[in-house]
Design a protein around this ligand. Structure first.
Ligand code: ADP
Ligand code: MN
Ligand code: MN
Ligand code: MN
Length: 337
């Protein structure tokens, strides 16, 4: 009997930031990945005397690491009674996306991350620090970029998996990088971002390197890591007025968004290092010190999308795209009444 390997992937209950878990199931060729179970007491998702939780496959793609007919299977975590587990943030994201489907929201998320080797960023000297920031962003050369072989392998894997990865770049702090996923719908973007994160960890593992989404991996005068979330509705893709209205509508729930945009967001949104303080809300054209940036091409073209610069690298895209979809679409509908 011929079989394939399905790598089931899910989000655990680690606090304050959930991590990815995965395990492999051997499935007969031609059969779809079925629901499966796991021990929730080992993932901070259940107590020992009632530890069974359910993995519900929701997004499947080719496994670019194992190759062949093997698959990666993103799952939602469910209780045994069929309801979403409390750590399952995707269920509400799907509900909100369906409610506002007529707005045709698209998301493009910029995932920043930092490579570590042991306790220091990859390529950093054992004693002291590399030269101050300035030459590293989009740099080239062994003195400026660290880990490009891992980044290239990750990009190739994301493409082989069929993810909507749209680019990569070296970031402002050495050993820090970014990839972008999108533009696609809120649920697709989030599913694919989680898979892309899994591939990043998994590929870096082969190089003896870890990747962290910590929002401020090195204290002091070094850039933090964010997950700028670009988005548009069908109306925004036709009108700058709709872009500005969407940007301004995000002010009403600023505190709610900040509270849900990733742990330790106060360490990153300081007002320094291309951020706006988490205490303030500011909309700006081409302004990397704003909470919400309207890109210059959008101002020029009179239509397009906007960038929410507030989310941390360690945010959950199901949570962030749910909040933005809900806030922006509700405000647009209220204004149209
Ligand atoms: P930055 O200049 O902020 O570094 P990037 O090029 O890294 O911008 O990321 C821009 C993101 O915006 C990409 O992920 C891209 O897919 C996304 N994007 C482009 N057009 C749209 C759109 N109309 N709606 C939503 N996202 C979009
Ligand atoms: Mn970018
Ligand atoms: Mn960036
Ligand atoms: Mn950006």
């Amino acid at each position: 009997m011929s079989v394939y390997k399905a790598q089931y992937i899910w989000i655990d209950g680690k606090k304050p930031t959930s991590h990815l878990r995965g395990k492999t199931k051997i499935i007969p060729t031609g059969e779809a990945p079925p629901e499966w179970g796991f021990d929730g007491s080992s993932t901070n998702q259940a107590v020992g005397h009632a530890s069974d939780l359910v993995l519900k496959p929701v997004y499947t793609c080719p496994d670019p690491i194992r190759g062949g007919h093997d698959k990666l299977v993103m799952c939602e975590v469910m209780n045994t009674d069929g309801t979403p587990h409390e750590t399952n943030k995707r269920a509400l994201c799907v509900q909100t996306a369906e409610k506002y489907a007529a707005h045709e929201m698209w998301y493009g998320i910029e995932q920043e991350y930092t490579f570590f080797e042991g306790i220091k960023p990859l390529g950093w000297p054992d004693n002291g620090f590399p030269a101050p920031q300035g030459g590293y962003y989009c740099g080239v050369g062994a003195d400026e970029v660290y880990g490009r072989d891992i980044v290239e392998a990750h990009l190739e894997a994301c493409l082989d998996a069929g993810l909507a990865i749209s680019g990569i770049n070296a970031e402002v702090m050495p050993a820090q990088w970014e990839f972008q996923v999108g533009p696609v719908g809120p649920v697709e973007c989030s599913d694919q971002l989680w898979i892309a994160r899994w591939l990043l960890y998994r590929i870096a593992e082969d190089f003896g390197v870890s990747a962290t989404l910590h929002p401020k991996p090195v204290k002091g005068d070094w850039n933090g890591a964010g997950a700028h979330t670009n988005f548009s509705t069908a109306t925004m893709r036709e009108s700058i007025d709709a872009c500005m209205a969407a940007a301004n509508s995000l002010e009403a729930r600023h505190d709610l968004h900040i509270a849900n945009y990733g742990a330790d967001i106060d360490e990153r949104l300081t007002g320094e290092h291309e951020t706006c303080s988490y205490r303030d809300f500011k909309v700006g054209v081409s302004d990397r010190g704003a909470s919400i940036r309207v890109p210059w091409q959008v101002a020029r073209d009179g239509k397009g999308y906007i960038e929410d610069r507030r989310p941390n690298a360690n945010m959950d895209p199901y949570v962030v795209t749910q909040l933005i979809t809900d806030g922006v679409c509700a405000a647009a509908e209220a204004a149209a009444k």
